[in-house]
Design a protein around this ligand. Structure first.
Ligand code: GLN
Length: 197
């Protein structure tokens, strides 16, 4: 049976995520069918969701205007897994920029563009809870998590959380879809009991 992977595709790194989940599925012996989510009506068919990086202001506005936001809430309420990266993480949490309409699905405070101009983009070998070896993590104008609330912190840089898990949601400040390493996808999806149920 094929697993239906939905990529929120209103804006941002859509192709990278579609390629990454197909690659990750192959690595884990899973057959994946990707659906790009541009309007309401697609999320309910999906077994798992990827919410990409891009511009959190734009993504949050379009998912609310398009009626996708309540469907994402239902997906999470059903215990189905989500991987939200960078701008996706911002949309799932709270930020003090009121142009971002949060989904409030992660009880976290997020600081946008937290790593400053000097380190706009960087790659680092990141220790992530649940992975044996460091992960090559690519950060692009990345947010940091100022307060992780009740979430489990999976990784941090200089004491600032950059990967969290709460229930069926994993959120990362970095872009696991930009490397060939599929271990973060495995953590988010292929080990997720809800997908196996
Ligand atoms: N800085 C962007 C924002 O605040 C996020 C960047 C990214 O997703 N790569 O929305």
């Amino acid at each position: 049976m094929t697993t239906i992977a939905g990529v929120v595709a209103v804006q941002g790194n859509v192709t990278e995520h579609a390629n990454a989940i197909e690659r990750a599925g192959k690595a884990h012996g899973e057959e994946i069918t990707v659906r790009e989510i541009r309007s309401s009506g697609t999320v309910p068919d999906c077994d798992l969701l990827l919410v990409p990086g891009g511009e959190s202001t734009t993504i949050s506005r379009l998912i609310h205007e398009g009626g996708i936001a309540p469907e994402i809430r239902d997906h999470v309420a059903a215990g189905k897994p989500v991987l939200a990266t960078c701008a996706g993480l911002i949309v799932f949490g709270r930020t003090d920029d009121d142009r971002v309409r949060s989904l409030s699905l992660l009880d976290i405070d997020v600081e946008r563009n937290a790593f400053g101009r000097q380190r706009d983009s960087f790659e680092t070998q990141l220790d992530i809870a649940g992975l044996d070896e460091p992960f090559p993590a690519v950060f692009i104008r990345a947010p940091a998590i100022a307060d992780a609330g009740e979430c489990d912190v999976l990784a941090a840089i200089e004491g600032r959380p950059v990967a969290v898990r709460r229930g069926s949601i994993i959120g990362t400040s970095f872009h696991p879809e930009l490397t060939a390493d599929s271990r973060v996808h495995r953590l988010a999806f292929f080990d997720a009991p809800s997908l196996r149920a």
